[in-house]
Design a protein around this ligand. Sequence first.
Ligand code: GDP
Ligand code: ZN
Length: 306
Amino acid sequence: MTRSPTIAVDSSKAGLIVAAHGRRGILQTADGNRLPYLVRGRKLRVCCGDRVAYNITDSGDPALITAIEPRQNELQRLATHGVAAESVAANLSHLLVVLAPLPVPDFYLTDRYLCAARLMDARSALVWNKSDLAAGPADRLAVYEQLDYPVLAVSAATGEGVSGLRDWIGTGTAVLVGQSGVGKSSLMNALVPHVEVATAELSTSSQEGRHTTTAAVLHPLPDGGKLLDTPGVRDFVPAIPEQRMISRGFVEIDEFGRQCRFNDCSHLRETDCAVQDAVAGGDIDPGRYESYRRLMNLIRQADRGY
Ligand code: GDP
Ligand code: ZN
């Protein structure tokens, strides 16, 4: 076999990981081309959304990743049945929680997504999909609007509101989350035409073996934004790392909590707790507080290994 001559040794360049599986995947170069890459050694672990430096040593060979830029955040998939939480993507800026008339909205799950997003420093919005079938529950959605979460009514079926979704994402890097059946795949298709094909192409070309699935792929949006797809597992819950961080994920509990008597107040049963007072006084929505309580109990149990 003839090998092409070695070229441009040590031409370190910047790229964005758009598909990742194990040590291989696809990166996007600064001028928009896509290259297969390889990570050597065990020290570097890249995931989708990582900004990296790479070298091309031999034309025709995959690009070699030499460094990963520090991540602004990581989207972690929830640990299940003894499987540790795993990083699905890095550097996400926008999280869209999709709701619909059916399946019946689960606002506890919604609050859990919003909490994870705030802990990641990602902006989030509620997307009321299937608005062609029914309008959203105005009282419930108003609670979120008052907390400055945009509520975007859309229909993947008619296309209504889809351009507003694109506008909101802008040049950011976004992920759609929500219960199974709310229309995430349909919205993904409305935002990225033929998304299934594009995802399949990206994941196949990034695979080392035939029986592996790619953890995530990033699709370009027409306005310069990007949309994350997680093939095979579009229904997932982002992990919340530690119980003591949960209050920071609830914007209003974070704010009222600064006036509590104890610095490390859990806002569950302490005296002189500004959060419990705000719930009693109607300044914090009881449903949101209940989500906080449930999440605190859940993560505490998880900490104990239940
Ligand atoms: P996912 O599980 O969240 O990915 O949901 P899907 O995209 O698979 O959609 C679930 C079902 O809802 C499918 O039967 C879709 O055709 C339907 N659906 C999705 N979006 C809309 C919409 O905007 N309006 C209506 N009427 N149906 C929708
Ligand atoms: Zn408190």
